[in-house]
Ligand binder design. Structure first.
Ligand code: AMP
Ligand code: MG
Length: 521
């Protein structure tokens, strides 16, 4: 296996001078060199064809012992020096100090076809940033990260990617629900890939420590390597940088809202400086459309990271980033202005996105009202978000309200509730929508085609990932491949996979792993 190694992060930024792998505060450095842990019996479960291509690895090479050993941390690739990154973060609204790669180890960077990729193992053993934990990852959370990050990519959503999923052969102790019932689970390692893994918290840590030279070095590194379009200098350079991060963050969250993705732990250490979806932990997908829903049991009380709050948290996190970058700008007003533009920008883009979901190409001043009414109506009874929007595309302009409702009825979890309480509301909404469709010049067929490129047919429903996990725990890995295959074409009909275009089964409603997840991964 011959890789085009092109390290930039570890070359251009200051390294921790201490080499021992002990847990500590790492000062004056952006990363610490650390060697991944050897594992008992590594076994490759899956590799992503697209990511192999991106990195210049052939299919044959991916089944070689070399590949297995490098991407499970059992062998360090020639002339490379793995490292863990130092970052801090605000967790659930509070400054948490140094966090860092506690269970992630960066192997190297590769440049292939003019694209730069940082390659990282998650679950490869302890680092100076492991704090009180073991640096390992379990199979269930690794399957969830592996499948979801690739699924997000194919949905057209900015995200980190995944190259491979392997078993380590080690057992890992976890208390899934933090209720005093720890149990051993299979250990696993995901190799994940992104242009870089720099987070908001990467800047926050140096700013909090008043280490402004390193803060500046990291900002300059990030801008020159990943935002080459920024040509300004002095303070403007950092303002332009922040503006671009803000815009990318907005775009990412708009995409999440479009497909019903709830990240679950939008702490600032889990916010990518490239606007990528990063750190797939207790994330989940909306089944019934519900703006107050969160998959994360750790957040069940305050629901800080609920679906309907993701845009506000994006802004909150960007506010923390402005605080971190302030020493490079030393003026409040321009930063404040960029933050103030967030809400109007978000609203404008959200409106545009919702128009596309509804198949409305022409703009009308009433669209906001139609969208607002839809969001209310969708929450009157449990209505499956994915099925609703996908089926909405099948409505014809000439239909009446009854016929239109017939087409989306499949999305209701309980039809009796529909009759009793909400029929009138739905009829009112469809009356508005059908009237509005008359203004559209596109034909029904054209609108259907267009809407089907926006509203996915297949997403990684919470229970689907759990079924793959249950099978994998029994040593069966076929479902991982099946889901991986379906989710490569989420907008295609794929009639052979129709059974996955289905509402969440009742057994999954309150099952651990399906709608209830914790950070214990
Ligand atoms: P997360 O909420 O998963 O993004 O993790 C927050 C912080 O905890 C990061 O610094 C992680 O590296 C660290 N962390 C989470 N799980 C582990 C683990 N099993 N071992 C070491 N560090 C961990
Ligand atoms: Mg994290």
């Amino acid at each position: 296996m011959k890789l085009q190694i092109n390290n930039t992060f570890s070359k251009e930024l200051p390294a921790d001078k201490k080499l021992e792998n002990t847990r500590r505060q790492v000062l004056d450095a952006c990363f610490s060199y650390v060697t991944p842990k050897k594992t008992a019996k590594p076994q490759l479960l899956h590799a992503s064809d697209e990511m192999l291509d991106e990195l210049g690895i052939s299919k044959e090479e991916s089944s070689s012992p070399d590949f297995l050993h490098v991407f499970t941390g059992n062998k360090v690739y020639q002339d490379t020096h793995p490292y863990a990154m130092c970052y801090g973060g605000h967790q659930f609204g509070n400054w948490a100090g140094q966090l860092g790669d506690g269970r992630a180890i960066n192997l190297f960077e590769v440049n292939h076809n003019n694209k730069q990729w940082a390659v990282q193992l998650k679950g490869a053993g302890e680092t100076p940033y492991s704090r009180s934990a073991d640096g390992l990852a379990v199979l269930r959370s690794s399957i969830r990260e592996y499948l979801c990050s690739e699924a997000m990519y194919h949905l057209g959503i900015p995200t980190t990617r995944a190259l491979s999923l392997s078993l380590s052969g080690d057992q890992v102790l976890r208390d899934i629900l933090y209720n005093g019932n720890p149990a051993y689970e299979k250990g696993a390692i995901v190799c994940r890939v992104a242009p870089n893994f720099i987070r908001f918290g990467s800047f926050e840590i140096h700013s909090a420590r008043k280490n402004y030279p390193i803060l500046k070095q990291l900002a300059d590194y990030t801008i020159s390597n990943f935002y080459p379009e920024i040509k300004s200098s002095g303070k403007d350079k950092y303002l332009d940088f922040f503006k671009e991060v803000r815009n990318r963050t907005i775009d990412m969250i708009i995409h999440w809202q479009r497909v019903g993705f709830v990240h679950g732990v939008m702490n600032t250490d889990n916010m990518s400086i490239l606007g990528l979806t990063i750190d797939y932990g207790p994330y989940g997908w909306l089944e019934g459309y519900d703006s107050s829903w969160t998959p994360n049991t750790t957040d069940a009380q305050h629901r800080r990271y609920r679906y309907g709050n993701q845009s506000y948290i994006g802004l909150w996190n960007l506010f923390q980033l402005t605080n971190a970058l302030y020493p490079l700008v030393e003026e409040v007003d321009p930063l404040q202005k960029l933050l103030e533009e967030y809400n109007p920008l978000y609203e404008e883009k959200y409106l545009e996105m919702m128009r596309t979901k509804l198949g409305l190409k022409e703009k009308d001043s009433k669209d906001k009202e139609i969208i607002g009414k839809l969001e209310e109506t969708l929450q009157l009874i449990e209505t499956d978000m994915t099925i609703f929007f996908r089926n909405l595309a099948q409505i014809n302009k000439t239909e009446n309200v009854e016929e239109a409702i017939e087409k989306i009825k499949e999305a209701f979890y309980n039809e009796i509730e529909f009759k009793e309480e909400t029929k009138q509301h739905w009829e009112d909404w469809f009356t508005l929508y059908l009237q509005r469709l008359q203004q559209e010049s596109a034909s029904d067929a054209e609108r259907l085609t267009y809407m089907n490129t926006i509203n996915p047919k297949y997403v990684l429903r919470n229970y689907m990932a759990q079924l793959a996990i249950d099978e994998a725990n029994k040593g069966e890995y076929k479902l991982i491949d099946e889901l991986y295959t379906i989710l490569k074409k989420p907008y295609d009909e794929q009639p052979e996979f129709q059974k996955w275009f289905a509402k969440r089964p009742e057994w999954a409603r309150n099952k651990v792993g399906c709608s209830m997840l914790s950070c214990s991964s």
